[in-house]
Design a protein around this ligand. Structure first.
Ligand SMILES: Cc1cc2nc3c(=O)[nH]c(=O)nc-3n(C[C@H](O)[C@H](O)[C@H](O)COP(=O)(O)O)c2cc1C
Length: 224
């Protein structure tokens, strides 16, 4: 007889109601980035929302570890003009729609359910941030905004990146999904034969946007 006791109650088939969202397709996005590998996916995602005229406002939050990973993977150092540098635009022409928020500012707009954010994406999402979201630890703005997104039953997409996964990671993905999040692992597709890493990351970003109701005109579509 095994001594194993299930950790969870049977999964509730929980589908967040979306008909009461402020805007669908979403116009106001919260985009967070954390210290997992995959900064090029963030870059392609932010470039896509910057281009997309349906998206009018983006609140962008980076954890300290995200900046550390961006230094390694994109060669970007420090917080100054980080949005322009991620986008690859001139700092004299900063983005008008992407506003950076401090991860220490738990009084920022997206920390409140009264602020009309339509959806939130964490790209890439570390397993540390996943764990804090899954356990309702809202001590920094990223986790607080995610907590608010879930309690308001708005779409929350977690682009989790780690390999291999241990049972803690898998349980935390279950917990977050059970609370209404979409677990959208940073796993790109190859069947459209990406010509470059940017190409691969762009198509992944397009899949996340399509999932949120923002299909992109140049996205690959399977026609078999
Ligand atoms: C270059 C680099 C790559 C990393 N890659 C990952 C990763 O793919 N997934 C992950 O969960 N953590 C990764 N980490 C570790 C996280 O950055 C670390 O656990 C950090 O505390 C996460 O903090 P955050 O969740 O507040 O961003 C990486 C760290 C570095 C420096």
């Amino acid at each position: 007889m095994t001594a194993y006791a299930p950790v969870f109650e049977p999964a509730a088939s929980f589908i967040p109601p979306r008909d009461h969202l402020p805007n669908h397709p979403p116009q106001n996005l919260t985009v967070a980035t954390t210290g997992a590998s995959g900064a090029i996916f963030l870059r392609q995602f932010l470039q896509a929302v910057e281009r997309d005229r349906r998206v009018q406002a983006v609140n962008f939050i980076a954890s300290d570890s995200a900046l550390r990973v961006m230094a390694e993977e994109l060669g970007l150092r420090g917080r100054a003009d980080v949005v322009s540098r991620i986008l690859g635009t001139s700092k004299s022409r900063p983005s008008r729609k992407i506003q950076m928020q401090s991860n220490d500012d738990i009084g920022a707009n997206v920390a409140s359910g009264s602020y009309p954010a339509d959806a939130m994406v964490v790209i890439p999402c570390s397993v540390g941030t996943l764990a804090r979201i899954a356990h309702g630890d809202a001590s920094h703005l990223i986790e607080r905004a995610a907590d608010v997104t879930l309690k308001e039953k708005r779409p929350l997409v977690l682009c989790v990146r780690e390999t291999p996964l241990n049972k803690i990671h898998i349980r935390n993905m279950f917990r977050a999904a059970d609370a209404g999040a979409s677990i959208f692992p940073l796993i790109p597709a190859f069947y459209y034969r990406p010509a470059s890493l940017d190409d691969m990351a762009r198509e992944f970003a397009y899949r996340v946007l399509a999932h949120l109701g923002l299909p992109q005109p140049h996205a690959f579509r399977w026609k078999a």
